[in-house]
Design a binder for this molecule. Sequence first.
Ligand code: 5CA
Ligand code: ZN
Length: 468
Amino acid sequence: MTDFSEWFHNILEEAEIIDSRYPIKGMHVWLPNGFKIRKNTLNILKDILDKEHDEVLFPLLIPEDELAKEAIHVKGFEEEVYWITHGGLTELNKKMALRPTSETAMYPMFSLWVRSHTDLPMKFYQVVNTFRYETKHTRPLIRVREITTFKEAHTVHSSREDAEKQVEDAIKIYKEFFDILGIPYLITKRPVWDKFPGADYTMAFDTLLPDGKTLQIGTVHNLGQTFAKTFEITFETPEGEHEYAYQTCYGLSDRVIASVIGIHGDDSGLCLPPEVSPYQIVIVPIIFKKGGEEVIAACSEIQSKLKDAGFRVHLDDRDLRAGKKFYDWEMRGVPLRVELGPRDLSNNNAVLLRRDTMEKVNISLADDIVEQVNNLMSDISLNMREKALKKMNEEIREVSTIEDAKESIESEKGIISFAWCGEEACGKEIEEKANVDILGIQEEDEISGKCFHCGSEAKFKAFMAKTY
Ligand code: 5CA
Ligand code: ZN
């Protein structure tokens, strides 16, 4: 993969994930194969969220006055909002925004719903499309103007501690989700100048793409009481007093799929985790002139066994060379291939090929094929996760001077860790001098010594990278 950007663009097209030719910049079409990956991925997240959240669905449009209510929030989004100004030929006397995110759609309603401490906590999520007029270079799934799969959760609590705990819980949820997908991540607290507009603080998940740039793949925000004060979200305490509620929100986007594709893929194409791959197993009969029917019959039998066991299986009986079929399914990232020819059949064997390692395994059809496939699948998931994690960890380097940081980033990209004072002025200087972004800090790691740039007392371990 010499040029990731080109590889990514080509694979989206070749594996029929996205058609990026839609005639609006930053808006794309999900193709059937991509849509299945999207659906499987979404189901994993929904299963986790559904344990403690209720799913809801709010309108796409937000009236101008609600959007404008939270001053810091609206300032943060003002350059990114799409506006609806007309209904037919009539100019609207109140403009309406296409949601860039849904705080200002939801919170006026939360203000009606939250009454007493007994109503709290409230935990909602919705999966919707959101619109952001991005001015940076757009790319399918990575930076889009219509985020088609925005998974946003919004919670309301009766104390600061509860909201803080929710931030921790949300981080756990996202960890579990990314672990299932084998996506490695670095979790940091964003610097104040990079937090979500209106939040007290922002915790972010970043992953590393093959070109050495990091991608923010999820964020968890503690909103404190800022929005509650703006939208009058109050509750009655057990003592009969009225207090502003505490809120959090957290979200993921189409970037989740971009990272599954980018992180696990290779020169042969996609390599999908079994959990999300549209087909988990393809069976390719190796047919010569003689013995074709027996081979197909044996393949069908294997197919039914695996289907009954709950796998998504496909028997590829197209009239094509086996080599062409191998190429197709490898490119589409199917985790496991079963090959069966007349010779295998007479030996009561089959050949399995793992996409993640490209290793061939001979199995006996006398043994329980479901059990063997089950074992292989868990091994594939585990191996994909570990390989990706190892690769990312190898790209995190510690440096002790800003000159080293600059050089290291320029020659090898990746992520740099350093000792930092945490001051905004110093941070901005670092970003400018090393031509990077500071991702954030890890507060839980105690650190001693001096800030690697300004020389004052270091307070945090911090991270920087070239970012998307
Ligand atoms: N309301 C909060 C929580 S849902 C919110 O909007 N947070 S956000 O702005 O940080 O967006 C959530 C996540 O969406 C980000 O962490 C990032 O991974 C992703 N995201 C943001 N903008 C885009 C975009 N233009 N294209 C693709 N993904 C995006
Ligand atoms: Zn400093």
